[in-house]
Design a protein around this ligand. Structure first.
Ligand code: UDP
Length: 329
């Protein structure tokens, strides 16, 4: 039987496809290519160009292939944009989940592994954040992911679909051979933006606020390598195969780095001085987000391999220097 990866042409989806293939899984990709890249799709994988909101297209995939489980990466991810355009996020993310769950239940597909986010917690009540801490998202993106989790939970209880929801902290880095990596339009994430300075594509990096209650005043985040995230999906699949109950897991390194520390690490990796300027705070940015991933380590038997921030940044640097224009599409 195969697994269906919705959003398999995107950043985390494409790295997960790679790890799934490495683990010997049969993989099928569905992606509408609105954010994903055709060049990120492994040529040996069967690909359906379709939208998650198109139930007919999903049911056709389920009819034409024996699908054991669905991996759901096909969602919008920009917190800032979601504040301006909440309905865009509720349509693609929430309504998309509605259609996917309808298609799955109508076709008897009973396992789903879902890309959730630390954004479901909003401003955390304590650090490190555990899965049963309060969830109060501070933007519509976080809302949409929390609603998607609730939908899976209710459908799981009523109709027997089992899910694993993986709450990612800050996904970063790229495949070690530099063949696939991060390519967002527009790019909003710190590490790729910092690396655009030594690449000559950006004059400076703007630090969004230095008056947070952190040691150097800049925001602290938990950066986790994209291949470690990908591996967690395989652990989640095996957990569900072993009869595991529906569950939520944080995925982070457990270590926090400030914006300034990331810029310093990028200077070491690239061997270049990176010009920085101070800007205003970005709306909705919590001061500190650090995961406790003890639950994933214990229950999913997940063991992240990348524990060094310079190593993580060096894989991103390798990707960006070999693909200065990303996938070029
Ligand atoms: N950040 C920054 N300058 C930028 C982009 C991001 O100072 O040009 C900060 C941002 O405010 C946050 C951290 O870097 O504190 C990580 O931001 P990113 O967008 O990468 O991830 P997020 O934590 O928002 O998911």
């Amino acid at each position: 039987m195969a697994v269906l990866v919705c959003g398999g042409a995107g950043y985390i989806g494409s790295h997960t496809v790679r790890q799934l293939l490495k683990a010997g899984e049969e993989v099928i990709i569905a992606d509408n290519l609105s954010k994903g890249h055709r060049a990120a799709i492994n040529p040996d994988v069967k690909f359906y160009e379709c939208d998650i909101r198109d139930k007919g297209a999903l049911k056709k995939i389920f009819a034409e292939n024996k699908i054991e489980a669905v991996f759901h990466f096909a969602a919008y991810i920009e917190a800032g944009e979601s504040v301006e355009l909440p309905l865009k996020y509720f349509n693609n993310n929430v309504y998309g989940m509605q259609i996917l769950l309808e298609a799955m239940t109508e076709c008897g597909i009973d396992k789903i592994i879902f890309s959730s986010t630390a954004a479901v917690y909003g401003e955390p009540e304590k650090i490190p954040i555990a899965e049963d801490d309060a969830t109060f998202p501070v933007n519509p993106y976080g809302d949409s992911k929390l609603i998607m989790e609730i939908m899976m939970r209710r459908v799981s209880a009523a109709q027997g679909v089992r899910f694993v929801s993986l709450r990612y902290f800050n996904a970063s880095g790229a495949s070690e051979d530099g063949s696939i990596g991060e390519d967002h339009h527009p790019e909003t994430h710190l590490i790729p933006l910092v690396l655009q300075v030594p690449l000559g594509k950006r004059d400076h990096i703007t630090i969004f606020g230095n008056d947070y209650p952190t040691p150097d005043g800049t925001c602290i985040r938990d950066y986790i390598h994209v291949l470690d995230l990908a591996d967690a999906h395989i652990c989640a699949l095996n957990y569900l195969r072993g009869g595991g109950a529906s569950n939520f897991f944080n995925l982070g390194s457990g270590q926090g780095f400030s914006v300034k520390e990331i810029i310093d690490a990028a200077e070491k990796v690239t061997g270049q001085k990176i010009k920085k300027e101070l800007g205003a705070r970005r709306a909705g940015d919590p001061a500190r987000l650090i995961a406790s991933s003890d639950k994933a380590r214990k229950i999913l038997k997940w063991a992240p391999q990348f524990d060094d921030i310079e190593k993580i940044i060096s894989t991103a640097w390798n990707w960006h220097t070999s693909h200065p224009n990303g996938y070029g599409d």
